[in-house]
Design a protein around this ligand. Sequence first.
Ligand code: GLY
Length: 389
Amino acid sequence: MGVTFEGYSEIGKEEIEEALNFCCEQILHVLPEFTEKFQNAYSENGFYPPVENRDWTCGFWTGEIWLAYEHCRDERLKAAAEVQVHDFLERIEKKIEVDHHDMGFLYSPSCVAAYKLTGNREGREAGIRAADQLITRYHSVGEFIQAWGPMNAPENYRLIIDCLLNVPLLFWASKETGDEKYREIAEKHIHTAVANVIREDYSTWHTFFFDLETGAPDHGATCQGYRDGSAWARGQAWGVYGLALAYKYTGRKEYIELFRRVTEYFLTHLPQDLVPYWDLEFTDGDDQPRDSSSASIAACGMLEMCKYLEPKEAAHYRGIASRILKSVYDNYAVKDFEISNGLVLHSTYSNHSPYNTCNHYGVDECNIWGDYFYMEALTRMNGDWEMYW
Ligand code: GLY
C-alpha cells in the first residue's frame, strides 16, 4: 500500500472539534460583511476583500457557510446562505459569467448543498440550470467538456483535470430530473479526461488539447503548474479527489487502481510537513510557496475513497488523510481573527513561472477553496456526512 507516514500523529477528536468551532466563529464574525457580497478567490495580506458573485470561486464561500451551519446549527448561517442561493439562481438565469465549465464548483457547494440540507427549491432549480449550462460545453466529437474560452477556439480546445469536480453536478442533475443526458456526458468526459491527463508515471497534466477536426487527443500542457512536464500540486489533488468521485458515480473498477496510483504520486512528493509546495517538482529548501489547499483537497479525496475500499485499505487512506489534516491544522490554519478573515494560510492560486501561461495572483495567501476543503475534510473526519458533490 506504499507510503504510510507512521511517524506522524493523526488529528484528534478534540482538535477536530476545536478546528470546526473556530471555523464557525470566524464565519459568523465576518458574516455581516459577506452575506450580500462574497469572499474573493484569494486574500490580500490575509484578508479577503468583498466581491460580487462573478468569479468561478464564489460557491466555496456559500459552501463554507453551509458546512458551518451543519456543525453549529446557528440560524444566522442558514439565513445568509439562503440569500446567496437566491443570488446564484439569478446569476444562472441571467447567465452572468457562466461561459466556462466551473458550474460544479459554483453550484454544488452552494445550491445543491442547500437543496440536500434544507430542501431549498431555488437551490434545486439553480443546480439544474447550471447543469444545463455545463453540458453546452460538451464536444461530442472528442467526447469532452471544454474548460475555458469560446467554444471551438483552437487555443482552448482542451479539457482540464479540475473538471473532475464539476461533473458530479451532472450525475446529481440526472438523478433529480430522471434525464440520462447529463450522466452520459459526465461519463464520457471522465473517460476522456482520465485516459489523457494521467501520465505513465501517474503524475498528471493540468490541461489536455484535442485535434479540432478529428477530436483525437493531441497534447498536454500546463497552465498553472511550474512547467509542462511537472505535476501542479492542485491538479494532482483534483485528480485524487476526482478519481474517488469518478468511481463513486460510475462504479468503474479501473478508477480505483488509478486513484491508488495518482494518490501515491501525490504522497511520495510531499515535503516533511505533508503540505505540498505549489508544484510537486519542489520540496523543502527550494524556497517556493506552498499550496495548502492541495493538502485538504487530497485529504477529502482519500476520505471519500475510503467508503468503497476494503477495511484495511480504507484505514490506510483514512490514517494518511488524518495526518495531513493534522499538519494543516497545526501549521497552516488561522487561529486568530486579527491575522486573517479566512481559515487557512499559505495557499497558492496562480503562480506565474517562465514556463507556464497563468497570471500571478493569490500566492501564499488564503484561497477560498482551500478554506472550503479544509472544513469539508474536518467535517468528513467528524462523522458521516452527505457530500455536496
Ligand atoms: N480550478 C482552478 C484552480 O484550481 O485554480
